[in-house]
Write a protein that binds this ligand. Structure first.
Ligand code: BYC
Length: 483
């Protein structure tokens, strides 16, 4: 039996801080305590490489409305990674699918075991993957403020791994424990045992990539967690609800990170009255656009195919809902609804393909529904960055590329398309992709700017300082003490 997760206050005297009354289930506690050294070993070997004494970090200590986290300087290996589920709503009922209206589940129903385990493993796999992708960034941080934010994101992704491992250990028996081990064995970019989803095997070699990743890829996390928060499996729902709280900071890091890069580029463009800021220590707008194109398109892939029977089954079973399910004005079952999804159409006579749409049942189109929510959220970022350009008196604008651009998953995986959405031949794509995706020259230039600024109150020349510090501290606070 899993621990009684009744939203008890966090117990910090235990080896594994938790609010799931872990001490009441000795077997589970022992199992997690034997996973803990493996996690710490993974953190030491695959986590941040820059040696530090301590970092000004937020640690989750409770789930209540007031004061869920505390801030202080912490030696990272001693960070208190804990297990926290949002408070239980005793009257909660399933909000969608064929079990709509029934009480939510405290245990895993046998018939959905495999699917639930799969969803939890995929979610869990992304968390340590991102830490691995970002492990070398500390060496080139543009300021101590940014360095601290990187480490905050990293330790919280580590906690999110704990969140999924808790579910696997508590509810999925031996198989769950084996999957928890596997989460530490697969590695981002590994040829033998890569991470499960494509975007998590890409490199994050520089800070522009990091900000784009936290804007676009962490935002997929927000949307996927939002759908799992709707789950009829209540422990998963409550886990994701609390993870979303932490996720908000990761979004902030990405949004304001790109803001500050754009801001600095505008300043240098104006100062020197030129668009060509490459020699002047800032990142040219076309390079920012190419990084945006890359991170956005690989993140679109994370939503799976435009049509998916997997997602239809997840929904009908009550395992994975829609974004803001309870605000949708329909029957929450969708058995007779339909949706238009992106598709390749084929001309009946010529056989020629073109980018179009097709009508499918709403259930199989749920990946599209979620991807659309995500896309409209991403438009908010672009709008905000364009406001910075406009206020800076610069005429160029940033854009989200077409959904068919650079896709490896779904309806457009087999074709090439420009950011404007025109279909291209393989030869045209080969010739032009360097105009749209970062080239070796672009990446080398961006990397050349990545000189560490590890002095208090100082910042690299390619990025503007933040408007605010962390937790009311000033920008020149001693956020990190290096070793
Ligand atoms: N790469 O039916 P389909 C985060 C597989 S990010 C490789 O279209 P489905 C975070 C798929 O598994 C959020 N394989 O897809 C962010 C399936 O395989 P099987 C992570 C892919 O199942 C930053 C097959 O292709 N959480 O938290 O409807 C930092 C057919 O696919 C990919 C989740 O994703 C891909 N991109 O939906 C830190 C939530 N896409 O089953 C953290 C859990 C699909 O036939 N996962 N495939 O062997 C899910 O809900 C779904 O598995 C997916 C795909 C949305 C990923």
């Amino acid at each position: 039996m899993p621990a009684k997760n009744d939203g008890a206050p966090a117990d910090y005297t235990e080896k594994i801080p938790n609010n799931v009354s872990l001490h009441e289930d000795r077997r589970l506690q022992r199992a997690l305590e034997s996973w803990q050294p493996n996690f710490l070993n993974w953190w030491q070997t695959m986590g941040p490489t820059l040696p530090t004494q301590d970092v000004y970090l937020r640690t989750a200590v409770n789930v209540g409305r007031d004061g869920w986290a505390q801030f202080g300087h912490v030696a990272m290996p001693e960070y208190r990674w804990g297990i926290f589920l949002a408070e239980r709503d005793p009257g909660r009922r399933v909000g969608f699918g064929e079990h709509k209206g029934e009480p939510v589940w405290d245990k895993v129903p046998g018939e959905y075991r495999a699917e639930l385990q799969r969803l939890i493993v995929v979610q869990g796999d992304t968390e340590p993957a991102s830490v691995e992708q970002q492990r070398n960034l500390g060496a080139t941080a543009p300021s101590l403020y940014d360095l601290r934010n990187l480490f905050q994101v990293n330790v919280e992704e580590g906690r999110h791994l704990w969140a999924m491992v808790y579910l696997l250990h508590a509810y999925f028996g031996r198989e769950g424990r084996e999957e928890a081990e596997e989460l530490l064995h697969r590695n981002s970019g590994s040829l033998d045992s890569p991470r499960i989803l494509g975007a998590f095997n890409e490199e994050t070699p520089d800070w522009l990539s990091f900000f784009m990743f936290t804007y676009f890829t962490d935002r997929d996390g927000k949307y996927q967690l939002g759908t799992l928060k709707e789950s009829a499996f209540d422990p998963l729902s409550r886990t994701c609800e609390f993870m979303l709280k932490e996720e908000a900071h990761h979004m902030m890091v990405g949004t304001t990170g790109v803001d500050r890069v754009v801001q600095r580029t505008v300043e240098v463009m104006r100062e020197h009255d030129t668009d060509d800021v490459a020699g002047l220590g800032a990142i040219p707008l076309p390079v920012i656009q190419k990084y945006l194109n890359f991170h956005y398109s690989v993140s679109l892939d994370l939503f799976g195919g435009e049509t998916s029977t997997n997602v239809a089954n997840y929904y009908t079973a009550g395992l994975k809902g829609r974004w803001l399910e309870d605000r949708r004005k329909d029957d929450h079952k969708l058995a007779s609804d339909s949706i238009m999804v992106d598709a390749l159409s084929e001309d009946a006579r010529s056989g020629e393909q073109s980018i179009g749409q097709t009508e499918v049942s709403a259930l199989v189109g749920l990946n599209t529904d979620l991807r659309r929510e995500y896309i409209s959220d991403c438009q908010g970022g672009v709008k905000r960055w364009n406001r910075i350009l406009e206020e800076g008196g610069v005429k160029q604008r940033l854009h989200l590329p077409h959904a068919a651009f650079n896709r490896k998953v779904g309806a457009f995986a087999g074709i090439e398309a420009s950011p404007a959405g025109e279909m291209l031949s393989a030869a045209q794509w080969q010739r032009r992709q360097g105009d749209w995706l970062p080239t070796e020259v672009d990446k080398t230039y961006v990397r050349s700017l990545m000189q560490p600024v590890h002095q208090r109150g100082k910042i690299a020349a390619w990025i503007a300082p933040p408007r605010n510090g962390i937790n009311g501290q000033p920008f020149d606070y001693d956020y990190v003490h290096l070793a």
